[in-house]
Design a protein around this ligand. Structure first.
Ligand code: SAH
Length: 410
């Protein structure tokens, strides 16, 4: 996803135990987007059980009170979860035993099980294949660099945007994730870093990018509440800088405009991939609804509202969108605006007729933009050999022996 790194080591598959302890049970708390957990922690009305990470501070205190505990007990629980990255009641020695078991059971149900983990780059790139309680699969990728660590999270299981060059787009949408299912991906990566499980010594998650599976702005309210949990300070959240969170979108204009009004200066990335509507209609089908000019208008208004430079994502596809005239057209669209172009060599996905641009052609495309004063970088992709790179997340590695979907319901 980010800076180019050569693959230094063959991909390794390591068995994992569930990243979060707990038995997956939970009690009704009535306050989550999922409408609360059943006693077995199973789905109700097609939604995952409620979890602490779905709730703002007042909501979690109310949930504790409904369980017969004092509100501040929920804050203690949150301090363990967000601050110490544990959901094991045995670690929560400042809480009375009965309260900690009760609260953990109700507010920290196990939502995602790490089904498999894949690593490369000497263990500094790790992809996790997660299974949710309804049997949906999703993936996240942790990438550690000197001085920072980025986690790429999924906002949906699958994606409904149908971009033909993207593996997730080919598979279609299974469902949107809850806020807590998104936050859990980050908490798991943060825990692995904090415990020193990633080469390079104990560390922290510094950046979160919504560039895994799914279209984040098609799951607006869960993504927004996840961003708040990620960026609020402990005990209300993980305390990651808002400026270090990137929300990447195909260009859902009304949602971009809504996000601009949230007083939340996260970085916005727009997956443009073509400067002209003819080609973009094909590469990013939602362009038929919101065309290039309208998407960029919304992006510039976002930049004005937040003071943040817009990332323009452009997958370089050989012979499709990499002509010099398209670089010139792109430069004209961006000139004078707060933008930065990320050129991403296409990661060919199985069955795709497309491949990455010739490196010389990509360099020329970059040079045309740079010569016209546009900020531009070529982004390498980490994790290619573990199918963990941009657009490769499709849960294609799901284990054949996994429980059938129907086993997990009711
Ligand atoms: N739905 C959101 C976020 C997920 S994809 C979006 O489209 O922005 C994150 C980025 O990876 C997007 O820019 C997407 O277009 C890009 N991408 C998808 N498939 C790719 C591929 N095969 N090669 C390179 N980039 C790809």
């Amino acid at each position: 996803m980010e800076a180019a790194e050569s693959a230094s080591q063959a991909a390794a598959v390591v068995p994992v135990t569930p990243a979060l302890p707990g038995d997956g049970t939970g009690h009704e708390d009535g306050a989550s987007p999922g409408g609360g957990a059943s006693p077995t922690g199973a789905f109700r009305r097609g939604r995952p059980p409620a979890h602490l990470a779905d709730l703002p501070p007042a909501g979690r205190r109310a949930a504790a009170q409904r369980l017969g505990h004092q509100g501040f007990r929920a804050d203690q629980l949150a301090r363990h979860y967000f601050g110490r990255l544990t959901d094991d009641p045995a670690d929560m020695t400042d809480l009375p035993v009965s309260a900690r078991d009760d609260l953990a059971r109700a507010l920290l149900p196990l939502l995602l099980t790490a089904e498999r983990e894949f690593s490369c780059d000497g263990g500094t790139t790790r992809k996790t294949l997660w299974r949710a309680l309804d049997g949906s699969y999703l993936e996240s990728v942790l990438m550690r660099y000197p001085g920072r660590a980025t986690i790429c999270v999924s906002s949906q299981a699958g994606c409904g945007m149908a971009c033909p060059f993207c593996a997730t787009g080919q598979a279609g949408l299974t469902r949107s994730l809850s806020a807590a299912e998104i936050v859990t991906q980050v908490v798991s990566g943060a825990g692995a870093l904090a415990r020193g499980e990633v080469p390079g010594g104990p560390g922290r998650v510094s950046n979160v990018v919504f560039m895994g599976m799914g279209e984040p702005l098609a799951n607006y309210s869960s993504v927004l509440s996840a961003v708040r949990r990620l960026t609020d300070q402990v005990p209300d959240g993980l305390g990651i800088s808002r400026r270090a969170v990137t929300v990447s979108t195909v260009g859902l204009v009304p949602a971009i405009r809504r996000l601009a009004g949230e007083q939340l200066p996260v970085r916005l990335a727009v997956s443009l991939h073509a400067p002209d509507d003819d080609l973009r209609d094909e590469l990013v089908p939602v362009n038929r609804r919101w065309q290039v000019a309208e998407v960029l208008d919304a992006a510039w208004d976002y930049a004005a509202a937040t003071g943040r430079r817009i990332s323009i994502e452009y997958a370089m596809i050989r012979g499709v969108n990499d002509q010099a005239w398209r670089a010139e057209a792109l430069a004209r669209l961006l000139a004078g605006n707060l933008a930065h172009v990320n050129l991403i060599p296409l990661n060919p996905t199985p069955g795709s007729r497309w491949t990455a641009s010739d490196p010389g052609v990509a360099r020329e495309f970059q040079a045309v933009l740079a010569a016209r004063g546009i900020l531009v970088t070529v982004r390498g992709t980490r994790g290619t050999e573990i199918d963990g790179a941009c657009g490769q997340l499709a849960a294609s590695s799901r284990p054949a022996a996994g429980p059938a979907r129907s086993d997990l319901f009711g």
